[in-house]
Design a protein around this ligand. Sequence first.
Ligand code: GLY
Length: 431
Amino acid sequence: MKILVIGGGGREHALVWKLRQSPSVIKLWCAPGNGGIAQDAQCIPADTADVVGLRQLAEQLGADLTVVGPEQPLVGGIADEFAAHDLRLVGPNQECAQLEGSKVFAKNFLQRHRIPTPGVHGVFDRAADARLALKSVTWPVVLKADGLCAGKGVLVTSSRDEANAFIRSTLEMREFGDGGGRLLIEEAVAGTELSYIVLTDGTHVAPLVPARDHKRALDGDRGPNTGGMGAYSRGDLVSQQLERQILDVIVSPTIAALATEKLAYRGFLYFGLMLTAEGPQVLEFNCRLGDPETQALVRRMDFDLAEVLSAAVEGRLEPTTMLWKSDASICVVMASAGYPGNFEPGKIISGLPEACGLPRIAVFHSGTRSDANMYYTCSGRVLGVTAAAKNLEDARLSAYKALQSIHFAGAHFRSDIGAGLRAAPMTAERA
Ligand code: GLY
């Protein structure tokens, strides 16, 4: 198989790393990729928003299969474009991708099908109406920009001033462009977040092992939301009973609801869950794999990813072929100074060979470029240092030891990824 991976972050590096291990893969490209991905695949410059250009690229390369990492091309209709030209691609069509592309679409879908999800205070396109609604809410509340906002479109707050500032930046200042043209205000629910991802070929549904993401920038789940500062996965992250409940109450009803609405969903479907005292609730859908979750998950995959993805696009996915190592795995993100705000790129990265030479370690690149001698930072999230071991504590120790070898000016990371969390906790991890 000749496979093209679309995207250029840590998730795509992890996918490339895993696909490269498949005996059936004879060629791997990544568009656009990044400095680190170039170790494992041929990187080709590309604009991930240009779905026609990406289709032309796949045709020109003769790719047998294209795997889409980020949401933007999926929401932009890349699956429809490839289907119209008989090209094989892993990812949902544009209609289905609205589950991520519009928070309002997703919330209406969930409510229409009585799938557990936090209640709504309202949907607003006028700032004055949104501000008025805040006068009668119970705090804290969650404000969500409707469209794609590069991971910055959600605010959880107990502060009216903060909420008003968010309303101003989205609806009035249009800081997120069209993505912020509508605002959903919903109830905040307490509990523990869980990333639960399934792969479906439209008929069969194969759950991946659950993972947990750490979205806040600072230790102790403080600071602003980010794209994810780390993730971990382990065999006992949720009990069998809780996983059964997630499948019965959330996943199966969602798949049935998609069928009822004649939404032919194919690809990865990510359920962003809150495990509350009353049971799991859906906070959000993503129409793709999570990042950094994928960086931790590939370390536990004990199956041929290329074969599984190929089966999925042909409608012959067999969930029992997706076997998982009992190991725990972890990904700790190293980010640029300033992230998730403004940051300065171009910092020299040292110590990568030393870190990568340590046992249990794989370092995925989220935002690097390289020249003949050196790697440089070029994004907010720079590296994902991953480790897999028999238990989470050993994986943590390995990842943090490797991280000590890597240096770039201003590097910051959380020191508590995967720390202090028990199996299936039901108390508030973050509000
Ligand atoms: N880690 C959260 C996401 O991928 O959206």
